[in-house]
Write a protein that binds this ligand. Sequence first.
Ligand code: WT7
Length: 645
Amino acid sequence: MSDIKTYPVPQQYLEHTLINNAQYESMYQASIDDPENFWAEQARAKIDWEKPWDSVMNVDYKKAHIRWFEGAELNVCYNCVDRHLASKADQTAIIWEGDDPKNDLSITYRELHQKVSRFANLLKSRNVKKGDRVCIYMPMIPEVVYAMLACARIGAIHSVVFGGFSPESLKSRILDSDCQVVITADEGLRGGKTVPLKKNADKALEGCPNVHSVIVVKYTQADIAWQESRDVDYYASMEAMSDDCPCEIMSAEDPLFILYTSGSTGQPKGVLHTSGGYLLYAALTHQYVFDYHDGDVYWCTADAGWITGHSYIVYGPLANGATTLVFEGVPTYPDAGRFWDVVDKHQVNIFYTAPTAIRALMGQGNEFVNRASRSSLRLLGTVGEPINPEAWEWYHQVVGETRCPIVDTWWQTETGGILLTPLPGATQLKPGSATRPFFGIEPALLDSDGKTVEGAGSGALVMARSWPGQMRTVYGDHDRFISTYFSQYPGYYFTGDGARRDEDGYYWITGRMDDVLNVSGHRLGTAEIESALVLHESVAEAAVVGFPHDIKGQGVYAYVTLMSGVDPSDALKQELIKLVNQEIGPIAKPEMIQWSPGLPKTRSGKIMRRILRKIASNELDNLGDTSTLADPSVVEQLIKHRLNQ
Ligand code: WT7
């Protein structure tokens, strides 16, 4: 691919970087040749352990048995907070920037320690113990970080549910992991609008009889319903709590958190991450990928409800003693210059966001960028979906004025941390490529027969060996863990993505190979949306696929077959959109609903989504083999009534 532009490591960068290319190559080789030694060394250097491990790794992909640092003991909260007190008590741990630009806060490591200790005692006062699950349904305020760390401090397992999810989604997540305590706020704020979190939680909890305590941060002071025996006023209770809460000593393999994510079938699954390996991997990747130096101001714009927020707002940066910026707002409020204003206001050095935000801002014109100086910026990053070269170039030229390398980081909820990425001082960049593997990562591409593709070529992206941040199981369903990730290609972890490797060994992600959508960097299962649609009494059947969307990356396209005798109408369309909103949340709303008297099915009744995807994407001359369809004329009908985007 000689016509692809490459960008060498900037000269001024080389003087400042943690590692250059020669160091990357030798460290990478060492991590592959002798992983036990490599990871043991990193673990000793990066983490404070209460007790060392008996074995570094114990992995069997056939049984999906994955263990790291067995026998070792630590506390994750201690590593993220307490151990920094000796040298960094007065350093800012968290900069909070509110939705309203007038609101911000700065929290030192000393203050963080006090808040987290009190919060941990508050949880204990509600009888939360090691191993209990606690659901966190919060806006992006500092208390969401305190809540996560307070759980880690006492060994409770948190399950953060994104504040944009509906009561129905919240309920199913609470029930799946039997959370008995919920932490929420009266309301959240986003883009000048309120989000009724407590009201949503109240609704969800009608179906959750085991929840005995709801800790409520009265943030906006909105009028909310209150159940005296169940609801706990966070601010009032914190005052009475002691600052002293010893850290619970945990095994390296004790669970740290559960985070739900969508798959190609069924309801979202509870991805389980454990303590030692996860923290090591989050901290190490945060340091090297972002070339993090002491004193840097680091900003990841994700929400704490996603894995990016867990690993790269909370655990990675705080384990490294960084200053991490927590942003409550959205990129376009009060206007499309918000990101760059915040960069100037807090002198941000490292900035990490999603391609969908970059594309949206690119469409608003350069004035919003240029009115800010951005001179503090040194490094830019992206995550969550493929970045198109046009958006990459704009980010590089306009936002970073060509002086900031861009790290396009590929990873997943399941991987705990970044697996494919440039290292800013080491890697020559190619716009649109996540480039090369991080230390200890051995990617491979497999063809449709499961054979390894050597050299340049394409295939299913798998990992040939484990890394410390890998998920350990699907909460409560180890069989699902095995069947989803380890059965299609025995001996490998299957990512669900396809990829191409070029002649320089760089990886180019080509997208999901399964029925998972990526809408604005949010992961959605087509099956979940279909289940929501068929709840409507007028709907007989529904099939959902993705279509290319300029800003969101993908949009949701639904083919809906109505019950016989029901007439299609715009009003019905609106009802269906509302239903999806209610069942899952606004991020899952179909952009397009095509009334489809019939769906393309094989003779055995299986819907041929391949064809539906092609029609939705307007790739009509390339439909592939339709001869196995029970009724090929269905396809012509669908094409005739296809909706234009
Ligand atoms: C899926 C994982 C990782 C945190 C955010 C998303 C896609 C992620 C990239 C990238 C191309 C990417 C993949 C992956 N993806 N990063 N840099 N380039 N695609 O986590 O919700 O678990 O989604 O996001 O398809 O499988 P997630």
